[in-house]
Write a protein that binds this ligand. Structure first.
Ligand code: SF4
Length: 366
């Protein structure tokens, strides 16, 4: 399994069609020319798709009316098709199930807070990391998403927010988190391409600050180092979930390849290079990793580091033995970390009422 992940090897599925969001501005011109279009069409379409967040070619009035549809189909083929939308928190949380060109399903979740609007996006269809408590992990990896398939989720969320469909009216998408389906670092090149498309100024990209992007990982150490080498100020979120290798081997199987010390050493190096505080994600699983001893072990690992711990009450998957911690255990866990001067928050589990754990919405449709 691990070799497959490292080589980013995919199944024999047909690749998704190419789209301007797969390329930077210069490459887009070449892409248009190879399709028999004048190079400047790429720039015009980019201004609509990235600048105005429009995927409706009827609005692209600077293009010849008779050619708009053809140009749109060539340069911006529809890569993600809305299959189901579920809302919660009075419409402030919007979870969308998308169907890809080959029938695979992914999801994204848009969350509006008083001070920000965040989208959580998928980087793979399925996931090959096999974490036993996770619905997505149970289905295995179907394939990596292309850059444009990931960017399209962000563009759709930004459009939804800009169109005033959230309860507070028109707002700007401000934060992007790679915490949907998949392990982002196992689809490294597409994720890096997406980061560029998100933070490049319009018409090259969406013009959202790289500082507002968070990339999560279960700890693919070489890729953490590769990301650090790019010098982008994105935040790294490490899904630790356990404070000892013995326990983590059972919860996050990739730990057998990259044990905790290696993962944390790479994370501290990343923090130093990027100037960004690292987030440690820790799913609170009842009687498994949520006891006093675990909190003390975690505090020993993190004491004195510039780190923020996010405790995530586990969303139980139906029929699974894994379930969320008791509130008293959660409270004690927080207290022990705080006593060691470690910044900690219990993550608000937005969308819990509309479906369970990460990947469960997609899993329930197939
Ligand atoms: S928890 Fe994350 S890394 Fe683990 S299987 Fe699920 S999606 Fe993959």
């Amino acid at each position: 399994m691990l070799e497959i992940i490292e080589n980013e090897k995919e199944s024999n599925r047909k690749k998704p069609p190419k789209h301007i969001a797969d390329f930077d501005l210069k490459e887009r011109k070449k892409f248009a020319e190879e399709l028999g279009l004048p190079g400047f069409r790429a720039d015009q379409v980019s201004r609509h798709w990235f600048g105005q967040l429009s995927d409706n070619f009827d609005e692209w009035t600077d293009l010849p009316a008779g050619e708009r549809q053809k140009i749109a189909e060539l340069l911006t083929p529809k890569l993600i098709n809305e299959l189901k939308v579920q809302k919660a928190d009075g419409g402030n949380t919007v979870k969308t199930l998308w169907k890809l060109h080959d029938g695979l399903l992914i999801e994204s979740v848009l969350m509006h807070y008083p001070n920000r609007t965040t989208i959580c996006i998928s980087s793979q269809a399925g996931c090959g990391m096999g974490c036993p408590f996770c619905a997505t992990g149970q289905g295995g990896l179907k394939r990596n998403l292309s850059t444009a398939e990931i960017v399209a989720q962000v563009q759709a969320g930004a459009r939804y927010a800009a169109q005033g469909l959230l309860p507070e009216g028109p707002t700007r998408l401000s934060n992007i988190v790679f915490m949907g389906m998949g392990e982002p670092m196992a689809n490294f090149n597409a994720v890096v391409g997406t980061i560029h498309r998100i933070h490049d100024e319009s018409p090259a990209g969406l013009g959202i600050s790289a500082r507002n992007i968070t990339v999560s990982t279960v700890g693919l150490v070489p890729r953490i180092n590769d990301l650090a080498a790019l010098g982008l100020p994105v935040r790294l979120a490490v899904s630790l979930h356990a404070p000892t290798d013995e326990l983590r081997d059972t919860l996050v199987p990739i730990n057998e390849r990259y044990p905790i010390k290696q993962v944390l050493d790479a994370s501290w190096k990343y923090a130093e290079t990027s100037g960004r505080r690292v987030s440690i994600e820790y799913a609170m699983i009842k009687s498994m990793n949520d006891q006093v001893i675990h909190a003390k072990q975690l505090a020993n690992l993190l004491r004195g580091k510039d780190v923020h711990v996010n405790l995530i009450p586990l969303n139980p998957t139906p029929g699974s033995k894994w379930t969320a911690s008791e509130p008293e255990d959660e409270k004690t866990f927080v207290e022990i970390l705080e006593q060691s001067d470690i910044a900690v928050t219990v993550r608000d589990t937005r969308g819990r009422e509309i479906d369970g754990a990460c990947g469960q919405l997609a899993a329930s449709e197939v």
